[in-house]
Design a protein around this ligand. Structure first.
Ligand code: NAP
Length: 314
């Protein structure tokens, strides 16, 4: 099969590999599309170095094929699989979706909503799942601030917070203002003109790397700050030091400071599927790239030009 192959950090090329074989509780997917997100860039570049130490491969990436978000058709069933059959159209997370075929654990898959194309479905799992997990517990009428509202996680954050009945303010740069408005944010702040003001019950932080004190000042006394991630060029921790400080501070303050480590769960993708079928959430796909240009797709996401999501089509 054709696949993007990464043998060492920092480079990947289109090559030929054997079709993988599904193991226990796994299925073989004929991949139709693969979502791209910052995590794909981290695993391709090996940056920040922290991730090499925490188990993603010290000298080179553990997975020879990049790509995690996937949509496709089940072509083979491994031992122990129930609930999925050959021919099912699915979406979810696997290891190595930048390929014609990939093996995925069924615990990380859900049935593709009929209203979505394969391209749209591949844009959902990691970003949509992360936003869903970050926003669980939001009540109608609460004020939610989404930083990085025009990006992958933020674009779902705006829509899910609206679906939960919140009043949503989205913060983004000028080229993404229109998208964030279309996603349903009642207020949109272009941070290149002036930064956000006001206080919020929940801040979903997906970009900008503002200081914890700046963010806490914009929270109500019992408000919640969810740190999803924001990139810095610092090579060792890549900005994660702020999350470590939040963890240390959390027990001593009235506000809740959450450092989110999202889980890859098929049940969450089912839940997102229900929201999608109901018309409350729609993937915002900025651009697609062919498999042969998957590395360009990753670079495009890295430079943060994408409004919403980027998808590699197979
Ligand atoms: N914790 C987890 O489990 C988890 C899961 C998924 C992703 N992540 C991390 O979360 C972060 C966001 O992921 P993503 O996929 O959404 O990335 P993304 O698509 O690059 O979105 C980040 C957004 O932040 C915006 N931004 C940059 N500076 C900003 C500022 N000062 N104020 C407001 N927005 C600003 C960027 O665009 P503009 O500046 O043009 O508006 C961009 O749209 C990444 O660091 C990723 O690695 C973590």
């Amino acid at each position: 099969m054709k696949a993007v192959v990464q043998r060492r950090y920092g480079s990947a090329v289109l090559g030929d590999l054997d079709v993988p074989v599904p193991g226990q509780d796994e299925v073989l997917l004929e991949v139709r599309a693969a979502g791209v997100d910052m995590g794909t860039w981290h695993l391709l570049s090996g940056r920040p170095y922290l991730l090499r130490v925490i188990g993603f491969g010290f000298r080179g990436p553990k997975s020879p094929v990049p790509g995690m978000d996937v949509s496709g058709v089940v072509r083979e069933i491994g031992p122990g699989v129930t609930g999925f059959a050959v021919g099912d159209e699915v979406f979810g997370v696997c290891s190595g979706s930048f390929a014609e075929y990939a093996v995925a654990p069924v615990s990380k898959l859900a049935r593709k909503p009929e209203v979505l194309s394969f391209t749209e479905a591949a844009a959902v799992p990691i970003s949509g799942g992360t936003a869903l997990q970050a926003l669980r517990g939001v009540h109608p009428g609460q004020r939610v601030l989404v930083l990085g509202a025009g990006g992958g996680v933020g674009s779902y954050g705006v829509q899910i917070a609206r679906a939960l009945g919140a009043h949503v303010t989205g913060v983004c740069s000028t080229p993404k203002v229109e998208l964030v408005r279309e996603l349903g944010a009642q207020e949109v702040v272009d941070y290149t003109v002036a930064d956000f003001t006001g206080t919020y019950d929940l801040i979903l932080d997906c970009g900008g790397h503002r200081s914890l004190s700046r963010l806490r000042k914009a929270l109500t006394p019992a408000g919640t700050l969810v740190l999803v991630g924001s990139e810095t060029t610092e090579p060792l921790l890549g900005g994660f030091d702020r999350a470590l400080r939040a963890m240390a501070l959390n027990p001593f303050v009235s506000q809740k400071l959450v450092t989110l480590m999202s889980r890859e769960r098929g049940a969450d993708y089912d839940e997102l599927g229900v929201m999608i079928e109901a018309g409350a959430v729609k993937p915002a796909v900025d651009r697609t790239f062919p498999l042969s240009a998957a590395v360009d797709a990753i670079s495009y996401v890295y430079t943060r030009r994408s409004a919403g999501k980027v998808v590699v089509t197979i």
